[in-house]
Design a protein. Structure first.
Length: 323
């Protein structure tokens, strides 16, 4: 048997950093069910063990407690680098550590990919566009980011990570895939992460005031997690020359006020709206131009917002019952 034929018979060894997080756990589940040998790496700073309990019975799944700001030595074929606090509450709690995760963590994971010749996916973010002056945002737009504001540890950290990925690609021929992830939601969102959908759902289920910053006129586009995971997996299978960055998200845009009203309706809540001052550097509008992802991946989101919200609401109803 030829060496290449033998390799085809073996399961791909996959590392998912941030694998117990919201998106990471869904990605791990997908890869495990595809038969990949999956190593979930997480320091459990924001990741939840409960997100991956159901995967522990699989022989092709293992968990490694590790902080990627320190080097990691493994033998893997693919790396999905999702490790980083992604909500303002979490990434602003320890901004220096957030920046270290983005920069030192990327250097360590790129170094690993270089050594073992693995393909590596970087979970970048729509935050690289900052408070955009171009709408919707295409990948060619360089963004408008405050480099010294309270959100810059994450925004500039992710921008620096992209720089590192493309420099490792150019200088060391590392096989990279960079995806700019827009607002994503679904089951397993952290209940205390301060993100708008989890906030609104929990407030509505508890009949507490729905807290809206500003007048709720700022817009967002929300992608259901299954659609995002599908895009990530398709991206990883593209030819080596396709590096991204690719916008990954749902272009259906709505105001925060419209979202609040929809969640109140779906939960039959008695919650009232409560308006608060707009946080510094909060983007006024956010919507991906996914033309490139459509063309490159033959992909676009399929789950309508109402369907995704119902599944997410059901998850949080069950979470509240278990509390």
């Amino acid at each position: 048997m030829y060496q290449g034929e033998l390799k085809d018979l073996l399961s791909k060894r996959v590392l998912v950093t941030g694998g117990s997080g919201f998106i990471g756990s869904h990605l791990c589940e997908r890869l495990v069910k595809e038969g990949k040998e999956v190593i979930c790496c997480d320091n459990f700073y924001t990741g939840q063990k409960s997100n991956i309990y159901h995967l522990l019975d699989y022989n092709n799944f293992e968990v490694l407690r590790h902080d990627i700001t320190f080097p990691l030595y493994l033998e893997v074929d693919e790396i999905y680098n999702l490790a980083c606090p992604a909500s303002p509450i979490h990434y602003q709690f320890d901004p220096v550590q957030t920046l270290k995760t983005c920069v030192h963590g990327s250097i360590n994971m790129l170094g690993l990919a270089k050594r073992v010749k693995a393909t590596i996916f970087q979970a970048s973010t729509s935050e690289v566009y900052g408070d955009p002056e171009v709408h919707p945002q295409p990948e060619s737009y360089w963004g408008k980011v405050n480099p010294i504001g309270p959100r810059s540890c994450y925004d500039e950290g992710k921008r620096c990570a992209e720089t590192l990925f493309f420099d490792y690609h150019r200088q060391h021929k590392v096989k990279i895939k960079v995806g700019r992830i827009f607002n994503t939601y679904g089951p397993r969102m952290h209940p205390n992460d301060g993100r708008v959908i989890s906030n609104f759902i929990l407030q509505a289920l508890l009949n507490k005031p729905i807290t809206i910053y500003g007048q709720g006129e700022q817009t967002r586009s929300f992608c259901y997690v299954d659609d995002l995971v599908e895009a990530i997996c398709k991206f990883m299978q593209t030819p080596e020359e396709i590096t991204g960055p690719l916008n990954l998200g749902n272009p259906a845009e709505m105001t925060i006020l419209e979202l609040a009203e929809k969640i109140i309706e779906l939960t039959n809540s008695k919650s009232k709206l409560e308006f608060r001052p707009l946080p510094q550097d909060d983007p006024k509008q956010r919507r991906p131009d996914i033309s490139l992802a459509k063309k490159t991946l033959n992909w676009e989101p399929k789950v309508p917002l109402e369907e995704g919200l119902k599944k997410t609401i059901a998850y949080f109803e069950e979470w509240l019952r278990r509390k």
